[in-house]
Unconditional design. Structure first.
Length: 285
C-alpha cells in the first residue's frame, strides 16, 4: 500500500484530505509536532513515502501579537525545515512534497496569476515567500515539489463556519464597503487538486483558487440570497482591527487571484463561482 505522510492532519483541510486519501487506497500517516523533533524517527516515517503533504501552521486569523507572529513563523518554517532535513537523510526519498502557502503572497492592487506576479512586502507576504523557498529545497534531493497557494477554503467547517451564524440570524453584512477581493476555493476542488498533483507531474507554485474571484460584497450577496436573509449590517473595519490588531488584514484586505497553471494543466473545477460554491455548501439539499 502506498503511503502519504501529512503534517497538520488534524486541521480542517488535513481531516478532509485524510479521508480522501484513505478512500483512494493510501495508507495515511499523521506527523505531530513532537515527531518533528526526532529526526531519526521522522526519517523512518518519511522513507519510501509516495508523498508528503505539509499543512502545518498556526491559525492565521488571530490577533497578531509579537508572540503570535513568532508562532505563525515557527509553526510553518520550523516544520518545513525539519521535513527538508529529514528528506536528506532518507535512503528511499519521497516521490513528491506538496507544501502549503497562501495567496497573501501577492499584492492586492490587481488580479494576479502564477506568471503575472507582484509579491507583497509585508509580514504575511514575506512569511509565505520564506515558507515556499524552504519547501523548494526538497528539489535539491531530487524530490518533485509542489507549492499550493491557498485561497479561502470554503467547506463544512473552517472560515465558512465562522461566517454563517450572523447571516443565518439576519445580521450579516459586508466587511467595510465590501470592495476587497475574495479569492476562494470549494473544499471538494481543493481535495481534487491534491489527487491531481499526485497523478500528474506538477511542480512549482499553483494557486488553489476558483477561476472566478469575487469580492467581499459578492460573497455577502451570495450568502444572503442562498440563506434568504438580509445583508444590511456591515462590520466596520476598525472593529476588526480592535479585535485582531494587525491580523485584521486577513479579513479587511484580499487578493484577486486566478489559478492559471492548474487550468493550463487541464484541471477541471467543479465550482467556479462564489454563487455555485455557496449554493452547494449552505443551500437547501
Amino acid at each position: 500500500m502506498k503511503k502519504i505522510v501529512i503534517t497538520g492532519a488534524s486541521g480542517f483541510v488535513g481531516t478532509s484530505l485524510t479521508k480522501v486519501f484513505k478512500n483512494e487506497g493510501y495508507e495515511v500517516v499523521a506527523v505531530d509536532r513532537k515527531d518533528l523533533s526526532d529526526i531519526g524517527k521522522l526519517a523512518l516515517v518519511l522513507d519510501g513515502a509516495s508523498a508528503i503533504v505539509n499543512l502545518a501552521g498556526a491559525n492565521i486569523v488571530a490577533r497578531w501579537s509579537d508572540e503570535y507572529k513568532k508562532l505563525l513563523y515557527s509553526s510553518r518554517l520550523n516544520t518545513t525545515s525539519a521535513l527538508i532535513e529529514t528528506i536528506g537523510l532518507c535512503e528511499n526519498k519521497p516521490e513528491v512534497l506538496i507544501s502549503t502557502s497562501a495567496v497573501g503572497i501577492y499584492k492586492n492592487d490587481k488580479e494576479y496569476n502564477e506568471e503575472n506576479i507582484e509579491y507583497c512586502d509585508d509580514f504575511l507576504g514575506n512569511l509565505c515567500k520564506e515558507w515556499e523557498a524552504k519547501a523548494l529545497e526538497a528539489e535539491n534531493f531530487g524530490v518533485r515539489t509542489v507549492i499550493f497557494r491557498f485561497g479561502i477554503v470554503m467547506g463544512d467547517g473552517g472560515a465558512l463556519a465562522k461566517m454563517l451564524p450572523p447571516f443565518k440570524f439576519g445580521v450579516g453584512g459586508t466587511i467595510g464597503d465590501g470592495s476587497q477581493a475574495f479569492s476562494f476555493i470549494h473544499i471538494e476542488d481543493l481535495m481534487n487538486c491534491y489527487l491531481f498533483a499526485l497523478n500528474n507531474t506538477l511542480s512549482g507554485a499553483y494557486n488553489l483558487t476558483a477561476p472566478v474571484p469575487t469580492t467581499n460584497k459578492g460573497l455577502t450577496k451570495a450568502l444572503g440570497k442562498t440563506l434568504h436573509r438580509p445583508t444590511i449590517f456591515p462590520v466596520p473595519e476598525f472593529v476588526l482591527r480592535l479585535i485582531f490588531g494587525e491580523g485584521a488584514k486577513v479579513l479587511t484586505d484580499g487578493q484577486s487571484v486566478v489559478p492559471k497553471r492548474l487550468l493550463d494543466a487541464g484541471f477541471k473545477f467543479g465550482f467556479k463561482t462564489i454563487e455555485e460554491t455557496i449554493e452547494n455548501l449552505v443551500g437547501e439539499k
